[in-house]
Design a protein around this ligand. Structure first.
Ligand SMILES: Nc1ncnc2c1ncn2[C@@H]1O[C@H](COP(=O)(O)OP(=O)(O)O)[C@@H](O)[C@H]1O
Ligand SMILES: [Mg+2]
Length: 432
């Protein structure tokens, strides 16, 4: 039996009204002609359903992508009659809003096929399928191999370009890192300067005093020489000579301090040299202490050392390990200083440096009785730029650089800490 033309018109109209409801966000209106067991294939990923309930759920959840931002135009609709069912073919254009313009989605109409069946005297949709034609193909083509290949080539080029860009930014990043390491070095040099000034002052005082005394002694010597007192002259000459030895001794001490300072600021030689680790630790402990004292008159702390004299010399890059020790000691002094500000009765801020030889390893422990490190930040302290100190007081690079330096020596940098009680940082270095 041929379907009456009015029925065909009605189906086309129902179809249009359905989509109007969809654009209004009226889901019940949109799905009003759907059979319960409708099969529905849309154009989106996962938009494939075998019953009304799940299809409805999908469309309800995606309404924000439709209402007020999507327009639909029905370009051509026809109904083909197969007796107890019919098929509605529809070309529809989806328009998306962009600014004040409506743009045609994919630049091409979609193909909508709806199967209508008569169920208990009512026309219902049992199958819907919507698709877009392959937008890569051109007229007369089934699969556009060349186009796909070209697209791939374009993509590969884009990826190569991006990789090159990423490599460049990696290079820039590395250059910045070198720069930062340099700044951290300069910052720790700043920390050292005050300590160094203090250390140099002492030998300089000796040099000046002995030089003054010698001027007086030489005047005496001249007087005695004029008198012809040879014995006196000899005694005075002996005193002068002794003083000169002292001047040389203290001059050399100042010289060594300046050399060390230069060594610290100098680019690391990268060369391992036999080094007296005890002397290195002792020197940086005193420098860090006097550095802090010079900056902060109220600062006071007990320094303790316990050096294992059996260590002898070990092969390390002295500038690098020196900086590690300095960083740890500076952190330790900072920690005890913070705690002493809390006004705890009987608190004796103490920083100790202990060295020890264990089998084929040397251990350098820097211990403080500060506030310790809270567990929630413990796994972050070795990260670059992690700091809990106020701006200008911490770079957050000390521990991360120290970690790298120790690793470069095939060693380990460890921490033991108890909140409120203090921390111990342990440098372990292989001796062979
Ligand atoms: N001895 C210590 N006691 C308590 N906290 C410490 C100690 N040493 C390091 N920390 C914590 O680790 C953080 C990172 O240290 P570091 O890398 O040296 O950077 P900075 O000293 O510039 O903050 C510090 O800000 C501090 O929170
Ligand atoms: Mg630090």
């Amino acid at each position: 039996m041929e379907l009456q033309p009015e029925i065909k018109e009605q189906l086309i109209l129902k179809n249009i009204n359905q989509f109007k409801a969809y654009l209004r966000g009226d889901i019940d209106g949109f799905t009003q002609y759907w059979a319960d067991n409708i099969i529905c294939h849309g154009t989106a990923k996962g938009e494939s359903f075998r019953n009304k309930v799940s299809a409805k759920e999908f469309y309800s959840k995606t309404l924000d992508q439709v209402v007020d931002v999507l327009k639909i135009e029905h370009k051509h609709s026809e109904v083909v009659d197969f007796g107890h069912y019919c098929i509605l073919n529809d070309d529809i254009e989806f328009y998306m809003q962009e600014g004040d313009k409506w743009i045609l989605v994919y630049d091409i109409p979609a193909r909508l096929t709806t199967v209508w069946s008569q169920i208990e005297g009512e026309w219902l949709q049992t199958h819907i399928h919507c698709s877009f034609p392959d937008i890569n193909t051109t007229e007369g083509e089934q699969f556009n191999y060349q186009n796909v290949k070209d697209e791939n080539a374009k993509l590969k080029l884009a990826v190569d370009q991006r990789t090159a860009e990423l490599n460049q930014s990696l290079k820039n990043l590395m250059a910045t890192q070198v720069q930062l390491i340099h700044s951290e070095k300069m910052a720790s040099l700043g920390e050292l300067t005050a300590g160094i000034a203090h250390e140099i002052q002492n030998p300089l005082n000796f040099v000046n005093n002995f030089a003054d005394v010698n001027v007086e002694l030489i005047e005496e010597l001249e007087t005695e020489a004029n008198k012809g007192n040879l014995e006196e002259v000899k005694l005075l000459a002996k005193d002068i000579k002794e003083n000169e030895t002292k001047i040389t001794h203290h001059g050399k001490r100042a010289d060594a301090i300046v050399k060390n300072m230069l060594q610290h600021s100098r680019k690391t030689s990268g060369q391992k040299e036999p080094t007296d680790i005890n002397a290195l630790a002792d020197e940086y402990l005193r420098l860090a202490y006097h550095g802090l004292r010079a900056k902060n008159i109220d600062f006071n702390a007990t320094m303790k050392t316990d050096f294992d004299e059996s260590i002898g010399e070990i092969k390390i890059i002295p500038q690098d390990i020196g900086r590690v020790i300095l960083n740890l000691i500076t952190n330790a002094f900072y920690a005890v200083n913070e705690k002493s500000k809390q006004g705890i009765a009987d608190y004796d801020p103490t920083v100790s440096v202990v060295t020890k030889k264990v089998n084929h390893q040397v251990e350098i422990r820097v211990t403080d009785n500060g506030n310790g490190i809270p567990p929630n930040i413990l796994d972050k302290i070795f990260q670059p730029f992690f700091t809990t100190k106020p701006t200008g007081q911490g770079t957050g690079l000390g521990l991360s650089l120290s970690y790298d330096f120790v690793k470069a020596h095939r060693g380990e940098l460890k921490v033991e800490t108890e909140e409120g009680e203090g921390s111990t940082f342990i440098i372990e270095l292989p001796t062979v």
